[in-house]
Design a protein around this ligand. Structure first.
Ligand code: C2E
Ligand code: MG
Ligand code: MG
Ligand code: MG
Length: 289
């Protein structure tokens, strides 16, 4: 019967929704508890200078160390955190923890590294991001010139005037600014030209199919050339093969990050990699031939 079908459908649909909502609320509750119980961790993925192969920085990437489930990746909780505004709290914690760690590494005598922290559009929209950064830098004693903030194109485009003001004040503090996932959002060259940006991060999706997809190769090459014209450094994300690295080197891309060198690592493992890398400096492409 149509009525039964309708009711069945409706009942099924509604039950499904309830489960989804219930799961979301449960996750939100767990996430709040996780923050309080200090279950969040920062992992560090090295960023290399392409010409020398040396590690010159790292991106800070958050993880959730759940006592039962183990390590939970950001794709499982960042979207919920964005919806519930918990991202503001998480983002502040990641910034503070990264700067604290960076200061400790300097105190240990490690060479100065650029540490890149992701800033969500929600966090960015709050006009006190400047005050937060100033406070964290002061509290931790981490040098502003070694901090890089990664913002996505969507985070930048919402309100031009406000964005320009925030970016200008961050820049005035000496903090570096990067556009994350470049090429996947909507950006206008005019705005890129006017914002005080330092780094364009080419999205991994343009790197994945190099050297098989000629379109992607041209796009990547064009982003490098354009970035250089605008005075930015260009970093390629998600580099997994030597072919990709060789291509980027030919294009004079400045920096790279990816599994080819390393996955994101806990702080201690990152330091071990840094020390192993530093004692045997070699060019990335030659060393593996
Ligand atoms: P993202 O900022 O674009 O970070 C790069 C992501 O690509 C990381 O995933 C990294 O592990 C992954 N990746 C790097 N190299 C490779 C590679 O060669 N192959 C592949 N397949 N993947 C690679 P992760 O750590 O899972 O983070 C995912 C996203 O979650 C990040 O993308 C970022 O948007 C978000 N996220 C992570 N930590 C934070 C945070 O502290 N705050 C905010 N707002 N977002 C964060
Ligand atoms: Mg990022
Ligand atoms: Mg990215
Ligand atoms: Mg991404």
């Amino acid at each position: 019967h149509a009525k039964d079908n309708g009711r069945g459908c409706f009942a099924y649909f509604s039950e499904d929704l309830t489960i989804a909502v219930r799961e979301r609320i449960a996750l939100e509750v767990r996430l709040r508890k996780a923050i309080k119980q200090q279950e969040l961790r920062v992992f560090y993925q090295p960023q290399m200078d392409i010409a020398s192969g040396r590690i010159v920085g790292a991106e800070a990437l958050v993880r959730w160390q759940d006592p039962v489930e183990g390590l939970i990746p950001p794709c499982r909780f960042i979207p919920i955190a964005e919806e519930t505004n918990l991202i503001v709290e998480i983002g502040e914690w990641v910034l503070r923890e990264t700067c604290r760690q960076g200061r400790q590494w300097l105190n240990m005598g490690l060479p100065p590294l650029t540490l890149a922290v992701n800033v969500s559009p929600h966090q960015f929209r709050r006009s006190d991001i400047n005050a937060l950064v100033a406070t964290v830098l002061r509290d931790t004693g981490f040098p502003a010139g070694q901090l890089e903030l990664e913002i996505t194109e969507s985070g930048l485009m919402e309100n031009q005037d406000k964005t320009t003001n925030i970016l200008n004040s961050l820049h005035a503090q000496g903090v570096h600014l990067a556009i994350d996932d470049f090429g996947t959002g909507y950006s206008s060259l005019t705005y890129l030209k006017h914002f005080p940006l330092d780094v364009l991060k080419i999205d991994k999706s343009f790197i994945d199919d190099i050297p098989h997809n000629k379109d992607d190769m041209e796009i990547a090459a064009t982003i490098v050339a354009m970035g250089h014209i605008l005075g930015f450094k260009v970093l390629a994300e998600g580099v997994e093969t030597l072919e990709q690295l060789a291509f980027l080197q030919e294009q004079s891309c400045d920096l790279y990050q990816g599994y080819l060198k390393s996955h994101p690592l806990p702080a201690d493992d990152f330091v071990a990699l840094l020390q192993a890398n530093d004692s045997s400096p070699k060019k990335p492409v030659e060393s593996d031939r």
